[in-house]
Design a protein around this ligand. Structure first.
Ligand SMILES: N[C@@H](CCC(=O)N[C@@H](CS)C(=O)NCC(=O)O)C(=O)O
Length: 213
């Protein structure tokens, strides 16, 4: 299977997919998309992903988009090691944690949202407050869920779908100066997962397009 990942080093949605591919032990070619330069909105990239967002994964010439859809595809085609527990209610709990990040935090803080806020005259300081607010709001819901279900990772003692989403979101939260005081379970789960080789290799600093300065 030939895999090509269109990714951007610091962007959290492609970071989720890098973790997932690494957890499943799948090698892939990395193709950088320069989000700051607007490459995602250019004709060439839109021919790959008409939504103009990263990631896109090309699997033997077939394009896949949306990080959670890609992670679910990975789970279906490479079931081991599993991203999801066996029990359907447990699976729903893991998906709920992933969705808090992917559906309720990230879309409010995406680059294009920042651009839109800026165009409406919202200052950089207020945009930072906006980002922190929505990350904190989502983390307030995630904290008790991880405290309840976690056993080192978000759910139990093995990394899964929720960790693929949490670790990039925690990276972003730290970048934007979110206060982790109220979130000890989130911080501990992200630290534990971050030390796992699959997560470490997916870290933004280790990507070929990482800015070194
Ligand atoms: N729901 C999508 C979100 C994709 C997304 O928003 N990607 C961001 C990077 S994390 C992006 O390409 N942003 C570029 C922009 O907003 O212009 C997914 O999970 O794949």
């Amino acid at each position: 299977m030939e895999l090509v990942l269109h990714s951007s080093w610091r962007a959290t949605a492609p970071y989720r997919v890098r973790i997932g591919l690494n957890l499943k032990g799948l090698a892939y070619e990395y193709r950088p998309v320069n989000l700051l330069a607007g490459e995602q909105r250019g004709e060439a990239y839109r021919a790959i992903n008409p939504q103009g967002l990263a990631p896109a994964l090309i699997v033997d010439g077939r394009v896949m988009t949306q990080s959670l859809a890609i992670l679910e595809w990975l789970e279906e085609t490479c079931p081991e090691p599993a991203f999801l527990p066996r029990d359907p209610a447990d699976r729903a709990a893991v998906r709920a944690m992933a969705d808090i990040v992917a559906c309720d935090i990230h879309p409010l803080n995406n680059t294009r949202v920042g651009r839109a806020l800026g165009a409406l005259g919202v200052s950089d300081a207020d945009q930072l407050g906006w980002i922190r607010r929505w990350i904190t709001d989502g983390f307030c819901a995630l904290e008790p869920m991880i405290a309840r279900h976690g056993g080192g990772y978000c759910f139990g003692d093995a990394p899964g779908l929720a960790d693929c989403c949490l670790v990039p979101q925690v990276y972003s939260a730290r970048r934007f100066g979110v206060d982790f005081g109220p979130f000890p379970a989130i911080a501990a789960a992200a630290e534990r997962a971050g030390a796992h080789p699959a997560f470490a290799a997916a870290h933004p600093d280790r990507q070929p397009d990482a800015l070194k300065s």
